[in-house]
Design a protein around this ligand. Structure first.
Ligand code: GLN
Length: 201
């Protein structure tokens, strides 16, 4: 249930990648969703999802549409952001395999395409811990996924699968290395929506 007068507005960065499924899930949870294609649209949203896709393409499009600095500022100002798969790569402090430009808004190092050729995509069950006292088993779909290979002291691990941290949070920045919009259930989206509602005050 959404509390308060107006429904939260969640943006989905819609330059490239899997933003449509995020939109469907968020709308089902009661949020309004705006596909974000221009910097000016950041003004009208309460939180942003950066979807999976191809991070190198996303980087190029973000440069072409001049998203880079304004988006970095908007997130640094405290607006909640949820990066999934390539979105995680964009938000990370450091990217390997190979190194590439990133926004540097969560203190993790990620290695791209880290699960190797044989298993470059797989579906697993992992655990998600929305609070320290609760744990849910959820379906996790990994598609040429990055792996979090280092986490800074201020980053919380909120989920894992096969021994890796796959959901992490630092303040208002949430990342998942898989595709929560493709799995059954919407635990991650519900969690992010609560972050957005909390940040609106
Ligand atoms: N392999 C992609 C990259 O490195 C990420 C894949 C995804 O988002 N599903 O950018």
């Amino acid at each position: 249930m959404i509390q308060g007068k107006t429904r939260p507005v969640v943006g989905a960065l819609a330059l490239q990648g899997d933003f449509a499924a995020h939109t469907t899930t968020m709308e089902r949870l009661g949020a309004d969703v705006t596909p974000v294609r221009k910097v000016a649209q950041l003004e009208g949203i309460d939180g942003l999802i950066i979807p999976g896709g191809e991070s190198t393409t996303l980087i190029r499009l973000m440069e072409v549409f001049e998203f880079w600095e304004p988006l970095k500022r908007w997130i640094s100002d405290g607006h909640p952001v949820f990066g999934t798969c390539a979105g995680t790569i964009l938000l990370a402090n450091e990217v390997l395999g190979p190194t590439q430009r990133s926004l540097g808004l969560i203190d993790v190092t990620v290695e791209r395409n880290s699960y190797g050729r044989q298993v470059d995509s797989f579906e697993g069950t992992g655990s998600f811990r929305p609070t320290p006292e609760s744990e849910e088993e959820i379906e996790m779909i990994f598609i040429r996924a990055p792996r979090i290979i280092r986490m800074g002291a201020h980053v919380e691990a909120l989920g894992d699968c096969r021994g890796d941290t796959v959901v992490a949070r630092q303040g208002h920045v949430l990342v998942a290395t898989f595709h929560p919009e493709l799995g059954a259930g919407s635990a991650l989206h519900e969690y992010f929506l609560q972050m957005v509602i909390a940040a609106r005050g």
